[in-house]
Write a protein that binds this ligand. Structure first.
Ligand code: FES
Length: 133
C-alpha cells in the first residue's frame, strides 16, 4: 500500500495499482464525471450500473467527450466527427465518419487510434481505477 488512496496488487507478473476516485453513490447510473488521477484526466461513466474509465478526450483530435453519446451496447460516439469506440476495450468501431466526405479527410489527419480505457472496480463503496498499464 502506497497511501490511503492507492493499493498495489500483484497478479502473476502483472501489477495492478488501484486508486480511489469517487464514491459509487456520486456516480449515479447513466451519468458521467471527469476525475484527475496524477497527470491524467479521465471520464468515469456509469452506463446502467457498469462503470467505465476512459481518457477524457477523443484520440482523433483530442477534443472532449463531453456530451458524446454512450450506447446501450457499451460504446461511446464522439460528438465531433462520430468516431465510435468500445468502452471496454477502447477498440475503434468506426473512425471519423462525419461529416460525409469531409470526415474521411479529417480521419486521415490523425491516423486511427484506440481509446485509452482503464480497469475499474468497486470496493467498500468506492470506485477504484488502475491507470498503471
Ligand atoms: S475529435 Fe472525436 S472523432 Fe474527431
Amino acid at each position: 500500500m502506497n497511501s490511503d488512496y492507492e493499493t498495489t496488487i500483484r497478479i502473476g507478473e502483472i501489477y495492478m495499482v488501484w486508486t480511489k476516485t469517487l464514491a459509487v453513490d456520486d456516480l449515479a447510473p447513466n451519468t458521467r464525471q471527469v476525475v484527475k488521477l496524477e497527470e491524467k484526466s479521465l471520464l468515469l461513466i456509469n452506463e446502467s450500473g457498469t462503470i467505465y474509465a476512459i481518457d477524457k478526450v477523443c484520440p482523433h483530435l483530442k477534443l472532449s467527450f463531453k456530451n458524446s453519446k454512450v450506447t446501450p451496447d457499451g460504446s461511446i460516439i464522439c460528438r465531433w466527427h462520430r468516431s465510435e469506440f468500445d468502452l471496454a476495450t477502447g477498440n475503434v468501431k468506426n473512425w471519423c465518419p462525419f461529416p460525409p466526405v469531409v470526415g474521411n479527410v479529417l480521419g486521415k489527419i490523425s491516423s486511427e487510434k484506440t481509446l485509452g480505457v482503464f480497469p475499474t472496480k468497486v470496493e467498500d463503496g468506492q470506485i477504484l481505477v488502475d491507470i498503471s498499464a
